[in-house]
Design a protein around this ligand. Structure first.
Ligand SMILES: Cc1ncc(COP(=O)(O)O)c(C=O)c1O
Length: 235
C-alpha cells in the first residue's frame, strides 16, 4: 500500500482499497480501510460482519465523504429534485444499520474465532505435501475471512480434483476469485489490452477456500483435514 500510495501521489490518482473481506485486518499497525483515500467494506452475508447485503465506504477526506453521501442518495442538491450529477439509490435501511451496529459489537469475538479456525487448520495440514498454507507476516494481522490455501504440483491431485473429492464427501469449498485480466466482460471493453498476470493466473488455477465458518468445531476441522490427507494418500 505504501508503494501504491506513492505512485498515486506522483500521478495525482485516488487509491480505493478493496477491503471487502478484511474487516479488522491490520497492516503495519494500521487497520485496513485507512491506508488509501477510501476503503470499501462488504457486509454481504458471508463476510466477517454482515447486514445481509450492503457495504460501507470509509474515508478521512471530508469532501469525498460529502460527495459519497450525496451520490448514495440520488445526488439531490438544492433546490430539491435538481440533479447536478446522476446519483444512485444505495441507501441502507434503518433495519440493516441496526443489524450492523449489533454485529460490530461482536466483531472482536468473530475475528478471534476466525483466527482460531485458521490456526487449527494450519496445525492439522502442516504435514501434507504440496499445499501452501496461509501465513501471517510479522507486520500484518490476518483476520482469515476464509482459510485460503493453494494446491501445488507436489500434491497428487489438482485443485479441481481435490474440490470434487471433498464435495463427494459432503465438504463444500470455493475457488479463489477469477482475476480481472481473464474476465470476458472486461476483455470486451474498449481499450482492453492483453497483459500477462502469471501470479494471479496461477492463484486462479490453484487456490481453494476451505469451509471457514467461525463456529466450526474441532471435529469439523479434523474431518476436512483427514479427507485432504486421505485424498493425497490414495493416489
Ligand atoms: C475482494 C472483494 N471485493 C468485492 C466484493 C463484493 O462485495 P459486495 O458483494 O458487498 O458488493 C467481494 C465479495 O465477496 C470481495 O470478496
Amino acid at each position: 500500500m505504501d508503494r501504491l500510495n506513492e505512485i498515486a501521489r506522483k500521478h495525482n490518482l485516488v487509491v480505493i482499497e478493496d477491503c471487502a473481506e478484511a474487516h479488522g485486518a491490520k497492516c503495519r499497525g494500521r487497520v485496513v480501510g485507512g491506508l488509501g483515500d477510501m476503503g470499501c467494506f462488504s457486509f454481504y452475508a458471508n463476510k466477517v460482519i454482515t447486514t445481509g447485503e450492503g457495504g460501507m465506504v470509509v474515508t478521512n477526506d471530508l469532501k469525498l465523504a460529502e460527495r459519497l453521501r450525496s451520490l448514495r442518495n440520488l445526488a439531490f442538491t438544492s433546490p430539491r429534485y435538481w440533479h447536478e450529477h446522476a446519483g444512485f439509490n444505495f441507501r441502507m435501511t434503518g433495519y440493516q444499520a441496526a443489524f450492523g451496529v449489533a454485529q460490530l459489537k461482536k466483531i472482536d469475538a468473530v475475528i478471534d474465532k476466525k483466527r482460531s479456525v485458521a490456526q487449527r487448520y494450519s496445525r492439522a495440514l502442516a504435514g501434507v505435501p504440496g499445499l501452501q498454507l496461509p501465513t501471517q507476516k510479522d507486520w500484518a494481522f490476518n483476520v482469515y475471512w476464509m482459510y485460503a490455501l493453494t494446491v501445488g504440483p507436489d500434491y497428487p491431485l489438482s485443485r479441481d480434483e481435490l474440490a470434487a473429492y471433498l464435495k463427494a464427501r459432503g465438504i463444500d469449498t470455493r475457488t479463489f476469485f477469477c482475476p480481472m485480466n481473464q474476465q470476458p466482460c472486461l476483455q470486451q471493453r474498449p481499450g482492453y489490452r492483453k497483459v500477462a498476470c502469471p501470479v494471479a493466473d496461477e492463484l486462479w488455477e490453484t487456490g481453494l477456500y476451505l469451509p471457514s465458518a467461525p463456529n466450526l468445531s474441532d471435529e469439523d476441522i479434523k474431518t476436512v483435514c483427514d479427507e485432504i490427507a486421505r485424498a493425497a494418500r490414495h493416489l
